[in-house]
Design a protein around this ligand. Structure first.
Ligand code: PGA
Length: 221
């Protein structure tokens, strides 16, 4: 049985109170440990300490990640959060999301440095690519294929095309172990992707903000 990664990307949403309520809802609905599924919440930096403390106290099968990481180590880099700092609270980091590439002009060289810093500190990068031709830096094992037209649009890629692209990504990058699909994934359509032989899970934005929907995404995958 393949291992599925179900990853929430909260983007720039949620106060501490909203994050607490989300976790409480998840705890009450009884998300159980599932040997074949890994649930990960990639939250704003400000929420990671709180989320980690909550999950430890209530014992929930959820891991955490950031949505970005500094390309530098510690030093005089005002405003940056290093991989080492993130590692205190999380095990994963999204790198190269198309919103970072678009709004913050992140390019292959910068993203390669981010991957290197993440790996040095023991964070697993969730490396986002928009198609099968996007460069994937050395050391990346977990990738998310997210076609730009599908992000936040309500119009996902077809499961057939996602399967085709993801299969090609794996063929071109033999060291990549898992490739997820992302873009307008909902509880109603997640299974059409995760049942495809090459697709190893989903990266979910909008639908993951609702705890009930996140539960359903994990259950239906
Ligand atoms: P979406 O976002 O699920 O809201 O389309 C996905 C993403 O940006 O990772």
């Amino acid at each position: 049985m393949k291992k599925l990664f179900i990853i929430a990307n909260w983007k720039s949403y949620k106060t501490t109170q909203e994050a607490n309520e989300w976790m409480q809802h998840l705890a009450e609905s009884g998300l159980h440990q599932m040997p074949d599924k890994v649930a990960i919440v990639c939250a704003p930096y400000t929420l990671l300490p709180l989320l980690k403390a909550y999950a430890a106290e209530v014992v929930m099968p959820v891991s955490f990640g950031s949505q970005d990481v500094s390309p530098f180590g510690e030093g005089a880099y005002t405003g940056e959060i290093t991989a080492g700092e993130i590692k205190e609270f999380a095990d994963y980091t999204i790198i190269g999301h198309s919103e970072r590439r678009k709004y913050f002009k992140e390019d292959d060289e910068l993203l390669t440095n981010k991957v290197a810093r993440a790996l040095e500190s023991g964070l697993t990068p969730v490396y986002c690519v928009q198609d099968e031709n996007t460069m994937i830096p050395e050391g990346v094992t977990l990738v998310a294929y997210e076609p730009i037209f599908a992000i936040g649009s309500g119009t996902p890629d077809s499961p057939e095309n996602a399967e085709k692209v993801i299969k090609t990504i794996k063929e071109k990058n033999p060291k990549v172990e898992s490739v997820l699909y992302g873009g307008s994934v909902k509880p109603e359509n997640i299974h059409t992707f995760t049942q495809s032989p090459s697709i190893d899970g989903a990266l979910i934005g909008g639908a993951s903000l609702d705890a009930q929907k996140f539960m359903q995404l994990v259950e239906n995958s």
